[in-house]
Design a protein around this ligand. Structure first.
Ligand code: ATP
Ligand code: MG
Length: 395
């Protein structure tokens, strides 16, 4: 019995004119993710089919489970489109299934097939009843659903399916620069943006010696977790110490975070343009901390005219944590190493900062030159899911 993995596209089906582009991109994503396996991938308008070696099935399914742009996937039995073959195969398949009630559902994309879908389902249902004991048809809530998809040359029969991640295939909708801290929120923001087909590069601000190498390692480990969903992640490590110390020395304590974040946005925005990223992405969530009130967001955001995407802006912390656990970044994020935001956080950060006040304080800083110097000294590393030890040497 030949089996194939069948992939059903999700939202792609609504993209009329661009459909081919999305399908091709999905094909490429699958090919990349399965490059170490001996597979053959083919596709038609609404489905992709993967032929595989039986021994690899579990590993391949695990990888497919991490590919964006897949609505559903399943393992189907493939037979020639021939009534007798289909009947024989269905009886073979249900031998291994444990059920009391069932339903047969037929989809017939080959309109030359001589029997209509409903009649064919009834015929196969009758065949199952005749060849089993005490089984009943239940069209509303069957324990076993036998799906039969009849295509021109081949017919696919399956009884199970899994939900894929959904979204759009990797890198189909441009590139964004993610502000990645070691916290819980920004990795989730990354995941959600990638899910919408946005390719991600990440920027991490560090203030050694106020922050530790362990804090940087956290961010690297998070990138590894995120790279499972794509090919690799470029991480730009920004030496922020000097500017941060300047801010701390020259700015009113309650404005330190506001000004620091305005500087982060300025640097991120410049780097984004340099890296041809079309948007900034971060893990801000409305009201979570003083710098994330709408007033703060206005004052901070006003240093850039790039779109700033905040995928978790409207999620509760508990909802963010749920996703962080699902993508396996949570345990890394809660490791206790301090980030540059937390090291310099004042007792009473301003909740409703004023733009003019920021601009006045920033006059005391020679920030334009410092920013140029910082950008010239960014350290960029490329992280894939596999090479855990390789960049440890860089540190
Ligand atoms: P997270 O929000 O990721 O849990 P956090 O809560 O420590 O981390 P916040 O102070 O809430 O971070 O900052 C809001 C957002 O600003 C982060 O989600 C992240 O996108 C960005 N950010 C904060 N610190 C850094 C940093 N050191 N490097 C890069 N981006 C940062
Ligand atoms: Mg946060």
């Amino acid at each position: 019995m030949e089996r194939v993995i069948m992939i059903k596209y999700g939202e792609l089906t609504t993209k009329k004119g661009n459909r081919n582009f999305f399908v091709k991109s999905l094909y490429q994503s699958i090919l990349n993710k399965l490059e170490e396996y001996d597979v053959k991938i083919s596709s038609d308008l609404s489905r992709m089919y993967i032929e595989f070696n039986d021994d690899d099935l579990d590993k391949i399914l695990k990888r497919i489970n991490n590919i964006f742009g897949i609505h559903e996937y399943l393992v189907a039995f493939k037979v020639e489109t021939d009534i007798e073959q289909i009947k024989k195969q269905v009886l073979e398949i249900i031998k291994n299934e444990n059920f009391n009630t069932f339903k047969v559902e037929t989809k017939r994309s080959d309109k030359n097939f001589p029997i209509q879908s409903i009649e064919f389902s009834q015929m196969i249902g009758g065949l199952i009843l005749k060849n089993t004991n005490n089984k009943k048809v239940d069209v509303h809530n069957p324990e076993l659903l036998v799906n039969i998809e009849i295509r021109k040359d081949f017919t696919y029969i399956y009884t199970n399916y899994y939900y894929g991640l959904g979204g759009y295939p990797n890198s189909t909708l441009g590139k964004g620069l993610l502000m990645l801290s070691g916290g819980i929120d920004s990795p989730v923001a990354a995941y959600l943006a990638m899910k919408r087909g946005v390719k991600i590069e990440a920027v991490y601000f560090e203030a050694i010696p106020h922050t530790s190498i362990e804090a940087r390692n956290k961010v690297i480990s998070i990138c590894q977790k995120l790279s499972v969903y794509t090919k690799e992640i470029k991480l730009h490590i920004v030496p922020f110490t000097e500017l941060q110390e300047e801010i701390y020395k020259n700015v009113d304590k309650d404005y330190v975070i506001t000004i620091m974040r305005r500087m982060m946005y300025r640097i991120t925005s410049k780097l984004a343009k340099k890296r041809k990223c079309l948007a900034i992405i971060n893990g801000e969530s409305i009201g979570q901390v003083a710098s994330q009130t709408l007033t703060s967001m206005n004052v901070i955001n006003s240093v850039t005219n790039m779109p700033v995407i905040r995928p978790v802006a409207c999620l509760d912390k508990l909802e963010i944590i749920d996703i962080a656990k699902k993508i396996d970044t949570y345990d890394i994020s809660i490791l206790p190493f301090e980030d540059c935001c937390t090291v310099f956080v004042p007792k009473h950060p301003v909740i409703n900062p004023e733009l003019e006040a920021c601009q006045e304080m920033e006059k005391k800083l020679d920030y334009e030159n410092l920013i140029q110097k910082i950008i010239a000294n960014i350290n960029t590393i490329v992280i894939t899911e596999k090479d855990e030890s390789e960049f440890k040497d860089l540190l």
